[in-house]
Design a protein around this ligand. Sequence first.
Ligand code: PMP
Length: 414
Amino acid sequence: MFADVPEAPKDPILGLNELFREDPSPLKVNLGVGAYRTDANRPYVLGVVKRIEQELASNPNTLHEYLPIEGLSDFRTLAAQLVFGENSGALREQRVVTLQSLSGTGSLRLVAEFLGKFYHRGAICYLPRPTWGNHWNIFPRAGIECREYRYYKDKTHDVDIAGLLEDLAAAPPRSIVLLHACAHNPTGADPTPSQWQQILDVVRERQHFPLFDCAYQGFASGSFERDAMAIRLFERATLPAPETNSASGRPLEMAVTQSFAKNMGLYGERVGAAHIVCAVPSVTKPVLSQMKQIARALYSSPPAHGATVAARILKDPLLFAEWETEVQVMSSRILRMRRELFDALRENGTPGTWDHILTQIGMFSFLGLSADQCLYLRDKYHIYMTTNGRISMAGLTSDKVQYLADAIKDAVTR
Ligand code: PMP
């Protein structure tokens, strides 16, 4: 029956993990997968998460009932507040539909399915070049054609703002535009606040539908507010209203997918949310009902455990403050690794400019190495990274910095 099934290629990121596991070398370094590690290269369970889990385990009232299709009520409200801010007009006006979903990926798929079914027929989704590879799996499977917009300039290791604005201006009106809310994966290059304003201007002018993928809130800068700045800027925006010449046009419709994998370290618990910001409150009820129907067919209801933990943290100001401190500890270790790698490359005289390691933000650094150089590092030094030259700074530890810097020097000078 299945004799003709061709073997699918390994996932470029998760497949790398498998190769790493199979490598017997004691020298091996995994800079491929995007999960936080301590400086002792250990996975990290946040202290606040551990305590809540212990409480849940010892509480006889903890049950394992199904959640509703749309997820845990408290979690939905609090997750929306975290991303849109407590002063959000859309939240106050009850224009936001939120479903708890399966971390960032499941939330993206849910939104993609919804847009595929209810956004205008033939709408194209514009993805940044480059982007997180899974975007290219998710949207076409929901029947949405994807195209690229320019995002990154290899030469300057920075956002190609001119190319980006040109491509979004040339895209058919009312296209879907996927934007990384912060800590762009894989490049680590984010638009500046004034560039975000320019992006918003072109989105408004072309009446595009922005979809923010928010996988790193707090993780990029250590501040939940700063990392949600672009989302909040767009949420406050209105479409131009030429017919009335009034400044207060119709609110911009948009979507946000939110993951708690990184900022709460709840990777495997699949904690996340999909938010659709509607222009008017009257449409939220039918939109929610359709989102629920899609979720019901995909996975019926989301997992309870991680969302219960997250909701406790988000609800209690003391636990929240503790969480914020832990997020800052994680983000500052990443910043320290950036600095140490930069210094080591400078000190060992590696040719090239490496300032981008310092200016890029978030978990990843886009080193600017060729695929050939990446494979050379893997074969000779057992250093694993995706072949686009992306390294996870969170996978780097102080004791490996010199080894990595010397290996990079060898790769670029051989
Ligand atoms: N979007 C981006 C840009 C990501 O980097 C990731 C995680 N690698 C995700 C979404 C989704 O991750 P998860 O499904 O684990 O929340």
